[in-house]
Design a protein around this ligand. Sequence first.
Ligand SMILES: C[C@](O)(CO)[C@H](O)COP(=O)(O)OP(=O)(O)OC[C@H]1O[C@@H](n2ccc(N)nc2=O)[C@H](O)[C@@H]1O
Ligand SMILES: Nc1ncnc2c1ncn2[C@@H]1O[C@H](COP(=O)(O)OP(=O)(O)OP(=O)(O)O)[C@@H](O)[C@H]1O
Length: 281
Amino acid sequence: MKIESYGKINLGLDVLYKREDNYHELSTIMQQIDLSDILTIKDIKEGIKLESNHRDVPLDSRNLVYKSWEKIKEKTGINRGVHININKRIPVAAGLAGGSTNAAATLKGLNELWDLKLNEEELRNIAVEIGADVPFCTMGGTALAEGIGEKLTKLKSFKNHQLLLINPGMGISTVEVYKKLRLKGKRTLDTNKIISSIENNDIKTLSDNMINVMEEVVLENNPIIEEIKNDLIKYGSLKPLMSGSGPTVFGFFDDLDKLHYCKDKLEEKYTKGIVVEGKTI
Ligand SMILES: C[C@](O)(CO)[C@H](O)COP(=O)(O)OP(=O)(O)OC[C@H]1O[C@@H](n2ccc(N)nc2=O)[C@H](O)[C@@H]1O
Ligand SMILES: Nc1ncnc2c1ncn2[C@@H]1O[C@H](COP(=O)(O)OP(=O)(O)OP(=O)(O)O)[C@@H](O)[C@H]1O
């Protein structure tokens, strides 16, 4: 069985406060994009064997795919073996939910392969035990995520908007970013404005109002992110934003020719990085 495992961007990310369980309460708009990894899942006699084309992906119990297999065993009592090949195309530790989407695809894949009949809500309840971004990844599309990311409200579809994603070529640890955050004690992101722009299919107003409260602390040690944002604007993007805990930056385009011109320019400049064209799905 082959499954496509799609990444996400945050069309705005606000961190409201630190909770007693040490997680943070969020208000974020999540959007699935067509940049994906391919998972190939096969039955084997017992245990789990992982394989990947990407050297930064752990092939043991640290992999979120491994955690999905363990959770399925624990929740359903099914103890079957599986071989999973993870063909990585989503940059790793990039703020694009790479590991989380692989975990979600594994939950859905095993549910189908083993005919477990878990419904969407049951899948989401298992997903949150694997990671905060995993429930959204099982659902996809466009959603407001609150709580630690697991309280999801589906929003109107925001498909087919063209964007460029620029990753400077290094990874950033989500845990470290949460540790460094300086919380303001009040809301920074106008989520209603983001939601109304989505409803009106208005990428310009959306882009103008996108805020990610994690940018500030990530920028302090990674000034290249500001440089990428400035370059995106210089070559025709609408106002760009860092996704999640970074370092990937994305910008929307109202014209495909502008996007291709910008892509050429940024590919020339960021030779150590990754420049990918994508769209919202
Ligand atoms: C930055 C985002 O990508 C925004 O969508 C997510 O909040 C990150 O979610 P994630 O990588 O799935 O997070 P998890 O794997 O569940 O948690 C990793 C670590 O991030 C921190 N964490 C995560 C989510 C959250 N709401 N509050 C947190 O403080 C915790 O220290 C946690 O130990
Ligand atoms: N299937 C997986 N794919 C990629 N990384 C994984 C996977 N499983 C575990 N990891 C580990 O998770 C770390 C974070 O990688 P990931 O690509 O999920 O980050 P991210 O996109 O920033 O996540 P998020 O946006 O959810 O915070 C990696 O450094 C890697 O060690």
